[in-house]
Design a protein around this ligand. Structure first.
Ligand code: 5GP
Length: 210
C-alpha cells in the first residue's frame, strides 16, 4: 500500500531528560489530528506509567517473537532494554489521515528513514545546557544516582546524531519549544520547509559536547 496520500509521521528524539515525552504529549493533547505511537518495551514500568498508554510493557520473549514475525517498523536496544514500534497500528493511523508522533531514539529514526514512501519529518531536541539536563534527571530519577550517571554518560553519544535530523529545537522554555515545533509541523503539512540558523545550532552543539 502507498502511504503517499495519508497522514504524516513526526519523530521527536533527544538525549534522555530533555523533555520530548512532555512535548509529544502536549502536541497530541492540543491537536486532535495528532496521535502518539505507543511503543513496546521490555523495561519495567515507572510508578506513574500506564500499560497500553505510555508503553506496551512486555517481556523479552514476547519482544523477540515480535521481532521474528517481522511486526516491528523499527526497534532498538537502549540502556539494556528493548524498545520498538509496531508497523500495523502506525499504518492504520496514517491511512485514517492521522498524523503520528514518535518519541523514539536515533537508532529507530535511522531505520524509519530507510523505508520508502513515508512522509517523515524529524526533530532533535536539545537541552539549553548540561546543568539543566542534570537537574531534570535528578528530579526524574531521585535517589537513582547510577541511572543519572549512566544517562549523562550517554548524552554525548546521543548528541552526536543531531545532524541526521531535519530540525533541531532547544527546549529551554517548554511553551516556546512547543510552539516552534508546532509551527514547523504546520508548515511541513503545507509542504513548506522552515529554514534554521545552522551556525547557531552548530555552536550550541559544540558547547554541549564540551
Ligand atoms: P524511557 O525508558 O526513558 O521511556 O525511554 C528511553 C529512550 O527510548 C528514549 O530516548 C525514547 O525516545 C526511546 N524510545 C521509546 N520508544 C522507542 C521505540 O519504540 N523505538 C526506539 N528506537 N526508541 C524508543
Amino acid at each position: 500500500m502507498s502511504l503517499k496520500e495519508n497522514g504524516m509521521m513526526f519523530i521527536l528524539s533527544s538525549p534522555s531528560g530533555v523533555g520530548k515525552t512532555t512535548l509529544t504529549k502536549k502536541l497530541s493533547a492540543n491537536n486532535k489530528n495528532f496521535v502518539i505511537s505507543v511503543s513496546h518495551t521490555t523495561r519495567k514500568s515507572r510508578p506513574n506509567e500506564i500499560d497500553g498508554k505510555d508503553y506496551h510493557f512486555v517481556d523479552e520473549s514476547k519482544f523477540n517473537l515480535l521481532i521474528k514475525s517481522k511486526n516491528f517498523f523499527e526497534y532498538a536496544k537502549i540502556f539494556n532494554n528493548y524498545y520498538g514500534t509496531l508497523k500495523q497500528p502506525v499504518i492504520d493511523l496514517l491511512s485514517q489521515g492521522k498524523d503520528v508522533l514518535f518519541d523514539i531514539d536515533w537508532q529507530g529514526t535511522q531505520q524509519l528513514k530507510k523505508i520508502k514512501d513515508l512522509k517523515l519529518v524529524t526533530f532533535f531536541i536539545l537541552p539549553p545546557n548540561k546543568k539543566v539536563l542534570k537537574e531534570r534527571l535528578l528530579t526524574r530519577h531521585e535517589g537513582q544516582e547510577k541511572m543519572i550517571i549512566e544517562r549523562m554518560n550517554k548524552f554525548t553519544q546521543e548528541l552526536s546524531h543531531w545532524n541526521e535530523y531535519n530540525y533541531v529545537v532547544v527546549n529551554d522554555d517548554l511553551e516556546e519549544c512547543y510552539n516552534k515545533i508546532l509551527n514547523i509541523i504546520i508548515s511541513e503539512k503545507k509542504g513548506k520547509k522552515e529554514i534554521q540558523d545552522m551556525k547557531e545550532i552548530k555552536s550550541r552543539i559544540d558547547k554541549l559536547m564540551q
